[in-house]
Design a protein around this ligand. Structure first.
Ligand code: NAD
Length: 438
């Protein structure tokens, strides 16, 4: 099949490369000229494990193409995916749909023959209706269907998630569109991934409900971890104790510095706004958002407390800047709020991240970026683990201990064991665990 991706970002590029790998012919279109030029040179503009090889092999097989010309990419396509960004709109938290609407206008003038236009971007309920209206207005003669097909991949494991999804959600009532979507995803449900057909509005809502539920689960265990600290419990044992219950499940029960990233913060906000507009407020998600916002700065206070109440003039080494490991994505990363709060309190920040430094430099000023965890620890008064990259899980702790000005470690991801750290002479604190519970 001939497929076009509008937007060659984290979702568009991964989905495009995976569809090409299944044998479809895919053109990725992006308005960002630098991105397309890089892709044409064989350079991948984002860090996503395995993506470079997947793109290279499909380009070589002449199944994957890149262009800035939407008209060229869309002509003759059977399915055109909209995978552009839907960030929070400045000021009110609604999803900013300007990129989606622009893409719809551009697609409308370029389609030839029956085309399925698929919204893969995360969009509020009713956006499919609006995309359909825009296309119909621009091209009253065109033959097309507008389908919702939300994406559930996780950055860092995006290729595996795309190729082996828990489910594929397709929102449409039109038989002709269902047939195209079924053919497109056939290689996936042959691998037994369920293909779930729903109405378009329901599919749009499923994506927001899924992200809001996961954000709630994380926030729930984060609050339990605060209680553990007060009562002397161990949040990892609580998580295991509840997670083994199949009705609860063990995933997304890792206490930490609060959720961030390119999806949960903006999607929870957008869902809250939609729900308020329809006079059906989702108070549990409103609370989750406010608890999570406060948590990030509270993590900075944890560091300040570990240094005896003041960080003024002290050097704090930070390990990990991206919102999670195995990505270079800094969007809404907890590190931003934590570092800013520490800087507000007078700390000097020295930071290391295996892949995120280039993106971090765009959002965090006045930080000394260093090339290794050991450089971050050298002479530091405290070392804070913010993102749990594998490279931080087996550090030479004796070496780190001997390099630091004060052996203070604040582990916001619970990757080390309190007793071991104490035995090595660290003044160690983590999230929701006391020393006696190690
Ligand atoms: N990143 C994730 O993990 C993830 C997961 C699931 C769903 N989503 C959703 O997918 C959508 C895209 O997210 P992303 O992380 O890939 O964003 P991104 O910012 O990485 O990529 C979006 C791309 O679209 C391009 N673009 C914007 N307008 C365009 C236009 N009119 N024509 C062509 N290209 C255009 C931009 O230049 C950019 O390269 C969002 O709605 C997001 O919520 C993201």
């Amino acid at each position: 099949m001939r497929v076009t991706m509008i937007g060659a970002g984290y979702v568009g590029l991964v989905s495009g490369a995976c569809f090409a790998d299944f044998g479809h012919t895919v053109t990725c279109v992006d308005t960002h000229e630098g991105k397309i030029a890089a892709l044409k040179r064989g350079e991948i503009p984002i860090f996503e494990p395995g993506l470079d090889d997947l793109v290279a092999s499909n380009v070589k097989a002449e199944r994957l193409f890149f262009t800035t010309s939407l008209a060229e990419g869309v002509a003759d396509a059977e399915a055109v995916f909209i995978a552009v960004g839907t960030p929070s709109r400045r000021g009110d938290g609604h999803a900013d749909l300007s990129y989606v609407h622009q893409a719809a206008r551009d697609i409308a003038s370029a389609i030839t023959g029956y085309t399925v236009i698929v919204t893969k971007s995360t969009v509020p309920v009713g956006t499919g209706d609006e995309v359909e209206r825009i296309i119909r207005e621009t091209r009253p003669d065109a033959e097309f269907s507008v389908v919702s097909n939300p994406e559930f991949l996780r950055e860092g494991a995006a290729i595996i998630d795309f190729k082996r999804p828990d489910r594929i959600v397709v929102g449409t009532d039109e038989e002709r569109a269902k047939e195209v979507m079924t053919n497109l995803y056939r290689p996936l449900f042959l691998n037994q991934s369920p293909l779930l057909f729903t109405s378009r509005r329901t599919a749009e809502l499923i994506k927001y409900a899924a992200n809001a539920f996961l954000a709630t689960k994380i926030t729930f265990i984060n609050e339990i971890s605060d209680l553990c600290e007060k009562v002397g419990g161990n949040v990892q044992d609580v998580a295991r104790g509840i997670g083994l219950d199949n009705r609860i499940g063990s995933k997304f029960l890792h206490a930490g510095p609060g959720y961030g990233g390119s999806c949960f913060p903006k999607d929870t906000l957008a869902l809250i706004k939609t729900a308020q507009d329809y006079d059906a407020p989702i108070r549990i998600v409103e609370t989750v958002v406010s608890v999570n916002d406060q948590r990030k700065r509270a993590m900075a206070r944890k560091v300040i407390a570990a240094l005896g109440g003041s960080v003024r003039g002290k050097t704090v080494g930070v390990l990990g800047l991206t919102f999670k490991p195995n990505t270079d994505d800094m969007r809404d990363a907890p590190s931003i709020a934590i570092i800013t709060a520490l800087q507000d309190a007078g700390a000097i920040i020295r930071a290391h991240d295996p892949e995120g430094v280039e993106q971090a430099k765009l959002v965090l000023g006045n930080v000394d970026y260093v090339d290794s965890p050991y450089q971050a620890a050298d002479g530091a008064d405290a070392l804070v683990i913010v993102t749990e990259w594998d490279a931080f899980r087996a550090l030479d702790l004796k070496r780190i201990q001997s390099m630091m000005a004060q052996p203070v470690v604040v582990d916001l991801r619970n990757i080390y064991r309190p007793e071991e750290m104490a035995a090595l002479g660290f003044q160690y604190s983590s999230v929701g665990r006391g020393l006696s519970d190690a």
